[in-house]
Unconditional design. Structure first.
Length: 297
């Protein structure tokens, strides 16, 4: 197991893929902090698109980004229609981690993962409560914070737990206080994708959507870079996400706006599951259109 962990870390540290190393990885919570900092510091009208790839392992990035090590990438070139490559070229692609800290771990699962990314803090209250919990006033998401400031925000997803449990209190709060915070539930990634394109074409200021493809393939056939079904799902999702980036840049008002675009995952996986403190479950990624350190000065 020790040698497998060392091998996994070496694959992540292959030159040319990530802007940082496994040893300098960022906590997943940096996503929310970066988003809020962007809205505070933007010189033009701030906008943000946050694309979620549920269950995408960090080591899947070597199929999207060409490494300088041919033993990792072979002779493949980076796809010019790659969302991850596009964001890396303008900002960066970073190794991140989920599952809390060693002295305060949390389950490496969907509910806790996305909540940590959207709240900017670990879900300490939720650690022993599984998925049957809801965010309270101690855990405001960026959607709530931004909508309270008058920005129009949207959350699009498929998994029903998001709407029935995790964010139910925020949904009720937004409705009761007429906040410009909207939630959209869908049955398939295709429906979700169409809605995200519509949201980009609308007047939404913050857009968040979660694709399920990697997680579904992982649970069905196995997480990991040796499973072609899992890898294919990640690559197809990379192409779909590039369409979203293209739609952002095609907006008639794009030159008057300051867009921050992020792609992240909520957890990794091993075998056909996740939730543990194993390195394959804990290690994730964050692609962002701006330098992460500049955003968080």
């Amino acid at each position: 197991m020790f040698n497998d962990k060392k091998k996994y870390i070496r694959s992540l540290n292959a030159k040319g893929i990530f802007n940082n190393t496994y040893e300098t990885r960022f906590p997943q919570t940096i996503a929310a902090k970066s988003i809020l900092n962007h809205f505070k510091s933007a010189r033009r009208k701030p906008k943000c698109l946050f694309i979620g790839w549920d269950g995408c392992r960090a080591d899947a990035m070597k199929y999207l980004i060409k490494s300088e090590d041919e033993k990792v990438s072979g002779c493949n070139d980076t796809n010019i229609y790659s969302a991850a490559a596009s964001l890396k070229s303008s900002g960066g692609l970073y190794i991140t981690y989920v599952g809390g800290e060693e002295n305060a771990p949390q389950e490496t699962s969907t509910a806790q993962g996305w909540a940590s990314a959207l709240c900017g803090k670990w879900m300490k209250k939720a650690w022993k409560q599984g998925i049957e919990w809801s965010l309270d006033d101690d855990y405001p998401t960026v959607l709530r914070t931004l909508s309270t400031d008058g920005y129009k925000t949207s959350f699009s997803a498929i998994w029903p737990i998001h709407f029935d449990n995790t964010y139910v209190k925020e949904i009720e709060l937004a409705q009761n206080n007429n906040l410009p915070q909207y939630y959209y539930k869908f049955e398939t990634d295709e429906e979700l994708h169409k809605n995200l394109l519509e949201r980009i074409g609308s007047d939404d200021d913050f857009i968040f959507g979660i694709y399920e493809n990697p997680d579904c393939n992982g649970h069905g056939t196995g997480f990991g870079d040796k499973n072609y079904r899992y890898v294919s799902g990640v690559c197809n999702l990379d192409r779909l996400s590039f369409e979203l980036i293209k739609a952002v840049k095609s907006r008639a008002t794009y030159d008057e706006e300051d867009w921050l675009i992020l792609i992240a995952s909520d957890h990794g996986g091993h075998s056909v599951r996740h939730g543990t403190q194993m390195i394959e479950d804990r290690t994730t990624f964050l692609a962002v259109s701006k330098d992460i350190e500049e955003l968080n000065k």
